[in-house]
Design a binder for this molecule. Structure first.
Ligand code: NDP
Length: 329
């Protein structure tokens, strides 16, 4: 079991963690990235990416993450394949302390600053056909995949802000969007509901639960097998695409009772900054962003986290030097 020390410890290796690493390494902080269970993050389970700036042609999610990792390593990041199982933030960023993380096999990681980039996962329904047809008509991200359903009929499943936003977004591509919800009222904000109900291309199917996804690897998704939650009646809703939009789960289990988070578990940061409730601990990407959740916004907040970590260290070092100088007088 080894101890690894750094000025900047990054937990998570999606676009947020990688961008923090690139900026941190270039600032001389010699970052360590603990990659986590899914190195590269959510993009490694995506195929076509068309909305990450800088590439005229469609690129593949896993390829994009390989490039980010190679770039981060090239400028001096140490990439370690481990999963953090516990974390100690009790030093609270005070001079002379470090944040401590313990890896799966007992390795210890100590960082003068900590950048949390552990991301979030879309929640799935967990019904038959969902895994088999993911990427073949079933998706959990309209902003990512909506473009591939141009001119096609699609369904969006859910009743919160995400579902309504995804349905509204899909009207840019699809002539007929159907929102399918398990109850008879939406959880989404009033203003979003008003927009949804006013849209001529959106219909709502109330009180319907998805029993399973219909289709196979050859045909792709062809429909949704539905059950009426009031009458129990079965039906099949034919569709070319289905977006599961029932919320996201941020990966913040490690930080429970240690950092402030909202009711859904997202880390709370000072508005417009990546600063969490403990000085020297920064959060970036989907773990602190329930709204935008894009690779490019995650990369942006990763950059902000690194710049603020650098500033935090510089200020702490400056204060320590000042104290020494005063003591010597
Ligand atoms: P929510 O938890 O608000 O909504 C989830 C929806 O999915 C609910 O309608 C729920 O149904 C439904 N659902 C959950 N599980 C299942 C299931 N197994 N089968 C069928 N339906 C299911 O999640 P959101 O992602 O919409 O929002 C999360 C947070 O992020 C909220 O605080 C939201 O306000 C915020 N957000 C804000 C945005 C904005 O401000 N523009 C955009 C997106 C999100 P039921 O209602 O019956 O429980």
């Amino acid at each position: 079991m080894a101890t690894h020390t750094t000025k900047m410890l990054i937990v998570g290796s999606g676009p947020a963690g990688m961008s923090a690493a690139i900026y941190g390494a270039r600032a001389g902080l010699k970052p360590i990235v603990v990659q986590g269970l899914q190195p590269g993050g959510q993009l490694t389970i995506t195929t076509d990416v068309e909305n990450y700036p800088g590439f005229r042609d469609v690129i593949q999610g896993p390829w994009l993450m390989e490039q980010m990792q190679a770039q981060a390593e090239h400028v001096g990041t140490r990439m370690l394949w481990d999963t953090v199982v516990s974390i100690d933030l009790s030093g609270r960023g005070q001079a002379g302390t470090a944040f401590r993380a313990i890896g799966d096999g007992g390795d210890v990681y100590e960082g003068e600053t900590l950048v949390i980039a552990t991301g979030a996962q879309a929640k799935w329904l967990g019904v038959a056909g969902e895994v088999e047809l993911a990427g073949k008509g079933v998706s959990a991200c309209a902003t990512c995949d909506g473009f591939f359903f141009r001119g096609k009929k699609v369904a969006v499943i859910g009743g919160g802000n995400t579902a309504v936003e995804e349905a509204l977004y899909m009207t840019h591509h699809s002539p007929e969007v159907t929102l399918i919800h398990r109850r008879d009222s939406l959880r989404a904000e009033r203003i979003l509901q008003d927009r949804l109900f006013a849209h001529p291309n959106i219909k709502v199917l109330w009180n319907k639960r998805v029993d399973h996804f219909v289709g196979d690897a050859q045909t792709g998704l062809t429909g949704l097998a539905l059950v009426d939650t009031l009458s129990g009646e079965n039906s099949v809703f034919p569709t070319d695409g289905a977006f599961v939009a029932i919320g996201h789960a941020p990966a913040t289990e490690l930080f429970k009772d240690k950092l402030e988070m909202d009711a859904s578990g997202y880390l709370i940061v000072e508005p417009g900054t990546p600063q969490t409730s403990i000085p020297g601990v920064f959060a970036c990407g989907d773990v602190m962003d329930p709204i935008y959740r894009q690779a490019v916004t995650a990369a942006g907040t990763g950059c902000m986290a690194a710049l603020d970590a650098e500033r935090f260290i510089a200020e702490r070092e400056f204060a320590a030097q000042k104290e020494l100088a005063q003591a010597a007088e």
